[in-house]
Design a protein around this ligand. Structure first.
Ligand SMILES: C[S@@+](CC[C@H](N)C(=O)[O-])C[C@H]1O[C@@H](n2cnc3c(N)ncnc32)[C@H](O)[C@@H]1O
Length: 227
């Protein structure tokens, strides 16, 4: 991945809790954040004493490089959001300016934690569909705003291989949202559900309390069946 291809935009722990329906028990699990980018999830969880490892190709870059890219792309992202404002519910966030300043706060928390977290292995430069972890290293893998959302850019095969990989390394996988960037249901969801059935996995579509992108009100939870 080249620095110029990155469009950094990071969410908070509160947003992860709502997007993934995280309970107190969930927070105490060994969690893998997949494509966490500049989200403050890992920083805030670590500050509370929880265990999260985040993987993302942007962790190939230094804090200064990521900070520079955030500054360079901020206006482009907020202009796009203003142009597409009708695709979102402006309830939790009143408008694009408020959303932008909350995202900047989250990304600043991430940046303040990043070099230390990288030095202790909490931010790792790895990419789906292959992640170099042993089988069942994590209790829970969370994937926010990557799989399904980028169905136009990432193929069905990429989705199937990535989800199989996540199930190899984690007992449970949660993915949010299930909609594409164009606010359409992902065309790959049915195929992923078929795959789960073939492999005797428990797959559920679960309503969530995070209602920002219109129609994106559900997550996919996949678990290994208990023996
Ligand atoms: C829209 S951002 C979401 C960031 C964060 N999860 C959040 O919700 O705030 C998507 C992230 O996926 C990362 N990404 C792109 N391709 C990836 C891959 N093959 N494996 C893992 N992460 C990837 C990007 O670098 C980016 O940080």
């Amino acid at each position: 991945m080249k620095l110029a291809e990155i469009v950094p935009w990071g969410r908070t722990l509160t947003e992860y809790q709502l997007m993934f329906g995280l309970t107190d028990t969930d927070l105490s699990k060994r969690i893998l954040g997949v494509g966490d980018g500049p989200a403050s999830f890992n920083a805030q969880m670590t500050a509370k004493g929880y265990s999260v490892i985040s993987v993302d190709p942007i962790y190939a870059f230094s804090a200064d490089e990521i900070r520079m890219r955030i500054t360079d792309t901020y206006q482009v992202i907020t202009d796009q959001l203003n142009a597409n404002a009708h695709q979102y519910n402006w309830t939790t966030f009143r408008n694009v300016d408020q959303l932008g300043s909350e995202r900047m706060e989250a990304m600043n928390l991430f940046l303040a934690d990043y070099e230390k977290g990288r030095s202790v292995g909490r931010y790792l430069n790895h990419s789906l569909p292959a992640l170099p972890f042993a089988d069942q290293s994590f209790d829970l893998a969370l994937c926010s705003h990557l799989l399904f959302l980028y169905s136009g850019q990432l193929s069905e095969r990429f989705h199937l291989e990535s989800i199989q990989e996540l199930l190899r390394i984690a007992t449970e996988v949660r993915i949010f949202p299930l909609m594409t960037l164009d606010n359409q249901p992902s065309p790959y969801l049915a195929r992923v559900l078929d795959l789960c059935q073939q492999h005797n996995l428990d797959a559920d579509i679960v309503p969530v309390d995070y209602h920002f992108q219109k129609g994106a009100y559900q997550l996919l939870r996949i678990k290994h069946k208990s023996q």
